[in-house]
Design a protein around this ligand. Structure first.
Ligand code: NDP
Length: 306
């Protein structure tokens, strides 16, 4: 059996074109341009790429955006002062603070400082509570994107047994809540879960979000399962590329060019057992940015009761 690949890139493209149409209509009808402020602390190259691509997507879809880059040595108080200003700024509907933050910064205080009405990442306690209670609020972009992907591929969740690997605030926990609200029977596994691989074998749907290279193997999944690979891990050794990728030619070329190639939390060869699988890259990743744009437009509407 060969799994059907769930194409996150095309679904993200579809969502983004819907967002662009909504942004245009909002401007024509209400003269509103939804605005996103992206805050980055320090010079982590991966974070710079992520933020750059979020800002660029805003521009492409017609949203207003601004980027605030703070020094690596920024204190929690300094970051909070910027957030207070952005909370008060009328042209800004959504605020995102790129993770990870430098060690000296108290991330929980930062999440708590963002106005819940501008919390387009959905990390504020109020939005986490709203999600838990199935009330309107902001849902973290990656799990929200996964639900859109499943919906747009007509993959029903109701009545299925779902296993979520990982319990983070960003992915695992909200993912488990969304699947529960969609009537799946959900098990969350984490680093302290005994016999985890016996649990995944029973699952109709597996969401792997642990950040461990090729952790889920063909032995761990049921024939025909839906497997969503959230993990983003780097391979920088040729021997690893040869080991994990059956069709390694493109990957070796990429390794030579960039010094690494990406792999998820699921062994690529799982496509021989799974019914559906998201590729890495090109699966979950693109959906995260698309949902951030969607959340920003939603914030613009909710703030003005449109
Ligand atoms: P975190 O590090 O915050 O959380 C990882 C979770 O995985 C924790 O709950 C941890 O358990 C669990 N875990 C770690 N090792 C194991 C193990 N060996 N067995 C079982 N559980 C384990 O990561 P995130 O949730 O932020 O991200 C997870 C992955 O998803 C990363 O690779 C990240 O890069 C990727 N990601 C991708 C996105 C995308 O757009 N595609 C967006 C966000 C993240 P415990 O709680 O017990 O420590």
């Amino acid at each position: 059996m060969s799994a059907k690949l769930l194409d996150g890139l095309s679904v993200a493209k579809e969502i983004k074109s819907e967002v662009a149409a909504e942004v245009k209509a909002l401007f024509e009808t209400h003269q509103i341009k939804p605005g996103l402020a992206a805050v980055i602390v320090g010079s982590d190259p991966a974070s710079q790429v992520y933020v750059g691509s979020k800002v660029k997507t805003c521009e492409t879809l017609g949203l207003y955006s601004e980027q605030h880059t703070l020094a690596e040595t920024t204190t929690t108080e300094e970051l909070l002062a910027l957030i207070t200003k952005l909370n008060a700024k009328d042209t800004i509907d959504g605020i995102l603070v790129q993770m990870p933050l430098p060690k000296q910064i108290d991330a929980n205080r930062v999440f708590a400082a963002i106005s819940p009405s501008k919390d387009v990442d959905g990390f504020h306690t109020e939005n986490v509570g709203r999600l838990a209670l199935k009330q309107t609020g902001f849902v973290p972009c990656t799990p929200a994107g996964i639900m859109e992907l499943l919906k747009r591929y007509d993959l029903s969740v109701a009545g299925k047994r779902a296993v979520v690997l990982g319990r983070s605030r960003i992915v695992g926990l909200p993912m488990a809540l969304l699947l529960t609200h969609a009537d799946a029977t959900v098990t969350i596994c984490h680093s302290k879960t005994p016999k985890l691989r016996e649990i995944t074998k029973e699952a109709d749907i597996i969401i792997a979000a642990i950040g461990r290279t090729a952790f889920v193997t063909t032995e761990d999944i049921k024939l025909g399962a839906i497997v969503i690979d959230v993990g983003i891990n780097k391979l920088s050794e040729e021997t690893e590329v040869l080991r994990y990728f059956p069709d390694y030619t493109n990957r070796l070329a990429e390794l030579e060019k960039k010094g690494y190639t990406l792999i998820g939390d699921v062994e690529p060869v799982c496509d021989t057992v799974a019914g559906y699988l998201t590729p890495v890259p090109g699966g979950v990743g693109p959906l995260t940015i698309a949902m951030l744009m969607k959340n920003t437009v939603k914030a613009a509407r909710l703030r003005r009761a449109i």
